[in-house]
Design a protein around this ligand. Structure first.
Ligand code: G6P
Ligand code: MG
Length: 216
């Protein structure tokens, strides 16, 4: 019997992946690294600084910038990303998310967010669902990013449940790997690329039966 739901944000609650892509692609253009859609897949679920490191390595520029310069580049990317986020409204929730959260709240099943994004509280506020989460893991407190399970273990702690008592929702392979590494039940939300190791997959949350999930 499961007692709580733990959600990734980007690609599960809302499609902010397209805004991350625009902002990274534009930053890449400034420093001469081509960030295309296929390479962008490797950035899903990965923290801002780790994403920048991957982009620099992709362009063979891993030794071209000091830490200070890299922090400035990451800040530039985030400024553009946050500008793009200003237009978010509750209409940007992915299909079935609002209904799923309402149903969980009605049933008394607590929900938490396990996202590497430091912008998560702001995004949830814009989407009008922040109050529906009992906890949001602060990624600044983490020692390791996904695929390490730390963020999912912390999210379960926020809900006062064990990882194996939670159902985790993820659209990125790094996230599915983190969920499974702490023995949580994994729902893979597909957006094109296959997800390996998920216990159940769907294209949107409307396809899921909550009572069946809680009995896993
Ligand atoms: C999520 C996204 C990543 C993003 C990371 C950090 O995991 O999938 O693409 O890099 O959050 O987001 P932030 O808003 O803090 O830059
Ligand atoms: Mg995601």
């Amino acid at each position: 019997m499961k007692k709580g739901f733990i959600f990734d944000l980007d690609g599960v609650i809302t499609d902010t992946a397209k805004y991350h892509f625009i902002a990274w692609r534009n930053l890449g253009a400034k420093i001469g690294v081509d960030v295309d859609l296929k390479f962008n897949e490797q950035l899903k679920g990965i923290s801002r600084m780790d994403s920048l490191d991957r982009i620099l390595a992709h362009g063979g520029k891993e030794n071209d910038f000091t830490l200070e310069e890299k922090e400035a580049l990451a800040a530039q990317k985030n400024d553009e990303y946050v500008t793009l986020l200003q237009s978010l409204t509750p209409a940007d929730l992915l299909p079935g998310v609002k209904e799923f959260l309402d149903q969980a709240n009605t049933k008394g099943v607590p929900c938490a967010i396990a996202s590497a994004s430091k912008n998560a509280p702001f995004i949830l506020e814009k989407l009008g669902v922040k109050d529906q989460f009992a906890g949001i893991v602060d990624p600044a407190t983490l020692h390791k990013g996904k695929p390490d399970p730390e963020i999912f273990i912390k999210a379960a702690e926020l809900l006062n449940i064990k990882p194996e008592e939670a159902v985790g929702f993820e659209d990125a392979q790094a996230g599915i790997d983190g969920i499974k590494a702490c023995h949580m039940f994994a729902v893979g939300v597909l957006s094109g690329e296959p997800l390996h190791g998920a216990d159940v997959t769907c294209h949107e949350l409307t396809e899921l039966n909550m009572d069946e999930l809680l009995q896993k």
